[in-house]
Write a protein that binds this ligand. Sequence first.
Ligand code: ISL
Length: 552
Amino acid sequence: PDRRRWWKEAVVYQVYTRSFCDSDGDGIGDLPGLISRLDYLQSLGVQVIWLAPHYDSPNVDNGYDIRDYRKVDPLQGTMKDFDRLVEGLNARGMKLIVDIVANHTSDQHAWFRQSRASRENPYRDFYIWRDGRDGGPPNNYLSIFGGSAWQKDETTGQYYLHYFAREQPDLNWENPAVRKEMYEMMRFWMDRGVAGFRLDAICFLSKLPDLRDLTLAEMESLEHVYVTGPKVHDYLQDMHREVFAGRDLLTVGEAFGVPFDETPAFVEESRGEMTMVFHFEIVRLGRHDWQVQDWTIKDLKAVLRGEDTSSGPEGWLTSFLENHDNPRSVSWFGDPSPKGHGPSAKALATMLLMRRGTPYIYQGQEIGMTNIRFDGIEDFEDINARGIWDNTVGIGKMSAKEVLSSLSKISRDNARTPMQWDGTSRAGFTTGVPWFRINPNHTDINVAQQEADPGSILNYYRRLIELRATHQALIYGTFEDVDPDHPSVIAFTRTLEDEQFLVLINMCGEKEHYILPHGLKIAEVLIDSTSAQAADVLPELMPWQAGVYRLA
Ligand code: ISL
C-alpha cells in the first residue's frame, strides 16, 4: 500500500486570481479579494490552494510571463497581502502552493533586457541565442502558441528561442547561474510559508542538444518533442536536492507531452524529483491541439486505466478535469443545457474526486460553470486563441467560421470568465468593469443560489470531499475498472485491505438499464447524485446518475 502523505489526502483548489474576486473595483481579481473568500474555500473542505502566478508581469500571458519573481504583481496586491493570504490559510489549517514558471521569463525581465543588449553581456547565456540559417530562423521549431519558436533580435542580429509567446523567452537551464537563481527564488517563497509548487511547463526545461529540424509529424505534436530533452531529470533532481529535500512539499509538475510510460521517472519518491504530475490525456480527449475530434466513453475509460498505472508502484498521481488552459468540463464532457447541467456536473465531480490521485478543482467547477459564447475573434482575450486565428484565418488557410467554431469549444478563455458568486449584474466578482466578460448564465449558475440549495452541485462537491476525507480506501485504495467495455457507464472499485467501494457513473443523458458485472451487488449507498436508496440504484440508472456504494 501507499505510504501516507498529507499531499495525497488533500484536495486542491486552483485559483486563477485575476478572475476570482476583485476587492478594489479595477475589474481584476486580486489577493485581498481571494482573502475575503477563504471562509468559502474552507467550507468546501479543500486543504490546499494553488495560486496562479502572483508575480510582477506585463501580463501578456496573464502572469505566465514574469518580469520580477520576487515582487507581487501590483494589480494583484502587495507582499503584505501575500503574507496575509498565507496566514489566513494557515489559521484555517490550509496550505498554499504557488506557480513557478521556470521555463521562461517575460521579455521585460531584467535578465532578458541585459541578455539582448550585447553578445558579450554577462546575462547573454541566461537565454538561448543562435545565428539564423539562410536568412531565416536557426531551425524549424514552432511555438506552442503558433508561428516560429525563434525571434530575431535586431540589436545583435541573433535569434532567441521561445517555446511559448515571443514575449516569453526560454531560459537556458544549461547555465548553472540560471539554475542557482531559480532555486534561490523558490527558497525565497518557501521562507514566506508556501507548502509546495506547481511547476509550469517543467518538462520543457532541457532543450534538444543539436536543435535539429523537426519532422512533419513532430511539428504536429510539439509537446511530445519538447519534453525529450536529455537533461530534464538531472535538472529536477538538482532542484529537489537544492529546494525540496527534507521539506515534505507538494510538488506538481505540468507534464504536458509526457507519455504515461515515461512518467514513473518523474514521480517515484526514491528518485527525488516531484510528487505528482498533470497529464493532459483526459482534458485533451476529443481534440488534437485546437481541433475537435470524436471521442467515446470507452476511450475515456481506457485513459483512466492508463493514467492510474502511469505513476509506477511508488509514485503518486493527480486527478483533474479543468484548469485555466482548458474548456469547462461540463461543456466538454457533460451537458450544459438546463436539463443536463446539474446531473452531468455531479457525474463529473464523482469521477474527479473518487478516482485515485490528488484531486484538483478549478475555480467555478464546483458550481458547474460553463463555457461562454464567442461571436467573433474580438471576443477572445487569450494570446493562444489569437495566435491560432492569425495562423489559420489570418493567412487564408481556413475559414473564419470553421476556426471560430473550434476555438469557441476549446479556447482557454472559457475557463477564464469571472467567478460567479451571485446573480447580480457583476456576479459579485467586482464593483467595476470586469477585465473579461461575465458569463450571462451567472443569473442561474452562482454560489449564492447553490449555497441555499441542499441538492446543488456545490453541496454535492462538499459531500464528496468529506466522503473522501473519511475513508482511507477512497484515497489509498487501488483502482479497478470493473466494466471496461460498457459504452456509457463507468464502474470502478476502490479497495484497501478489507474495505471496498464501488463508484458508478452513468456518462449519458439517457436512462440506462445496467447490470453490474461479476454478480456484484450494492448493499449501501454512501452518496448518490439522485438520492436513490440501495435497492433502487439498479437496474435502471437515471440520466447522469452517479454515486459511491458499498458492495454486498
Ligand atoms: O494551453 C495550452 C495550449 O492551449 C497548453 O499547450 C499550455 O500552453 C501548456 O500546457 C503549458 O501551459 C502553461 O504554460 C504556459 C501558460 O500559457 C499556461 O497558462 C500554463 O498553464 C506558458 O507559461
